[in-house]
Design a protein. Structure first.
Length: 182
């Protein structure tokens, strides 16, 4: 039986040190990526690594998933492999044979709260950006593609694919730039 930890933060500048601090673990999978996607390399690696009888520790529910569908799917996947899943902060444990309706209710409730919390945060962020735009303080993300260079090469008759290769951009970026000039 391996004691496995999964640790996740959303951004590169966040610190993972407080999660699972003090637990004796055989292997820890740690990543800095948003939970809004299931395409998380270390999560995938952890799911492939765990075996029947393993105990998987996660600091809290929101570290594993930020929406209810993904949360339930991951709990089923982990427990379906014969592993035990433990959320430390919420003091909840799930096993394949566990049919405790109270634990299932708490999982759903807390998962819904985390999903709601994320939705509210994004709504406030959108509102703040709109206000900043109206005040002329928000310009958006700086452009990473030189539209002028793309248009210049296209005007010289360079084919779309060659423009993309020369400038190190995608073909679709070149196509969008060509339509912007039309």
């Amino acid at each position: 039986m391996a004691r496995v930890g999964y640790v996740r933060v959303s951004t590169l500048d966040q610190n993972t040190d407080r999660q699972l601090d003090g637990l004796q673990l055989d292997k820890v999978f740690s990543e800095k990526v948003s939970a809004r996607t299931m395409k998380r390399p270390k999560l995938t690696e952890m799911l492939e690594y765990i075996r029947e009888g393993d105990l998987v520790h996660v600091h809290d529910i929101s570290r594993l998933a930020r929406n209810i569908e993904d949360l339930h799917a991951l709990v089923r996947t982990i427990t379906g492999k014969g592993c035990t899943l433990r959320f430390e902060k919420e003091n909840l444990t799930f096993t394949a044979d566990q049919k405790d309706p109270f634990s299932q209710l708490l999982l759903s409730l807390l998962g819904a709260v985390y999903q709601f919390e994320r939705s509210i945060l994004l709504e406030r962020q959108r509102e703040g950006i709109e206000l900043a735009k109206k005040a002329g303080k928000y310009k958006g993300r700086p452009a990473t593609i030189d539209q002028h260079a793309i248009r210049k090469l296209l005007e010289e008759g360079v084919p779309f694919r060659k423009v993309a290769e020369r400038l190190g951009v995608s073909l679709s970026s070149v196509q969008r730039a060509s339509k912007a000039t039309a």
